[in-house]
Design a protein. Structure first.
Length: 310
């Protein structure tokens, strides 16, 4: 029985590591310990604490070793009898080998005003190459061989594939029609204006509202985020207005030819989402660079032959 208990404890330890005692505890976990290069990895930190405890959360731009932060989100968890916050980082790595997500310091003030801290455990993740075969040519692989099948079974299989293909095509057309109708309702397209020109003009109109001088930072970031989302919708024909930042980045990643532009886009969504959802107030220097960053993304991704000026 003791051996079984130790084995179960070991399995739990592998899937999640929980630290802390007393007024605050920290639990960390990842959705995969082995990932292919460029894969997205979810790294979660669950912080539970007692009433009247003030917690200092790690910033969105915290350094996580060799991993790049693609997205960041903070949410409140429903825990019986205690308060809890969940931090979720979407990470990626572009080098091969074993890399460590380093420990993070979580500081807090107890009800007596005394400062304390808890450190999360480091997590090792192995990054491996995308699997390939020795006989691969120009990234095109042969279709795996099939076992011999009776003629009747072949006919049944082909007929089933035909029906499945027709059904999938009809469902796709229906969903595409509904999606386009919804997009037209939310944001009518203006085909007479190139999308990059329209986006840059909308940014200029936004600046004329003087939100920043009025202290309306959240409203400013919200409208700037909407402008860039709508530009990406028109430029890449994806329904960005009804998707999360993470979903947009996942779909658009393969269409961007510049890693630098993708990093800039990740930073833009991370910064604006923090302002919109986490009551985060950026420094003045960060506010001053967010509009040039949005313009840079538009100018670096506009269609060739566009008449807009950088």
């Amino acid at each position: 029985m003791n051996i079984l208990k130790r084995f179960l404890f070991f399995l739990f330890f592998l899937s999640a590591i929980e630290l802390g005692a007393g007024p605050l505890s920290v639990k960390t976990e990842v959705d995969k310990s082995v990932a292919h290069i460029g894969d997205l990895i979810r790294y979660r930190i669950l912080i539970t604490y007692e009433k009247d405890i003030k917690v200092d959360l790690p910033p969105s731009g915290v350094k996580l070793g060799s991993f790049e932060i693609i997205d960041y989100n903070v949410s409140d968890e429903d825990q019986e009898g205690v308060f809890a916050k969940k931090l979720e980082y979407i990470l990626s790595a572009f080098n091969l080998g074993e890399f460590e997500i380093p420990p993070l310091d979580i500081t807090y003030l107890n009800r007596k005003g005394q400062k304390g801290w808890v450190q999360s455990e480091p997590i090792i993740i192995k990054i491996i190459p995308v699997p390939s075969r020795a006989d691969d040519k120009d990234d095109i692989r042969d279709i795996a061989g099939t076992e011999d099948m009776p003629a009747r079974e072949w006919l049944y299989a082909l007929f089933s594939l035909f029906i499945l293909g027709i059904s999938s095509w009809l469902i796709y057309c229906l969903l595409e029609k509904i999606s386009k109708r919804k997009e037209r309702t939310e944001q009518p397209l203006i085909p007479s204006i190139e999308e990059d020109i329209q986006a840059l003009e909308r940014i200029n109109d936004l600046l004329k509202k003087n939100y920043l001088s009025q202290g309306k930072i959240k409203q400013f970031y919200f409208e700037l985020n909407e402008i860039l989302r709508y530009y990406l919708h028109r430029r890449y024909s994806i329904p960005t207005m009804e998707r999360t930042s993470y979903e947009i980045l996942e779909e658009i990643k393969s269409q961007l030819y510049s890693k630098e532009v993708f990093k800039n886009l990740c930073y833009f969504f991370d910064e604006s989402d923090m302002v919109k959802f986490a009551k985060y107030i950026p420094a003045k220097a960060q506010i001053n660079q967010i509009v040039p960053l949005a313009r840079n993304i538009i100018n670096r991704t506009k269609r060739s032959g566009s008449t807009s000026k950088a």
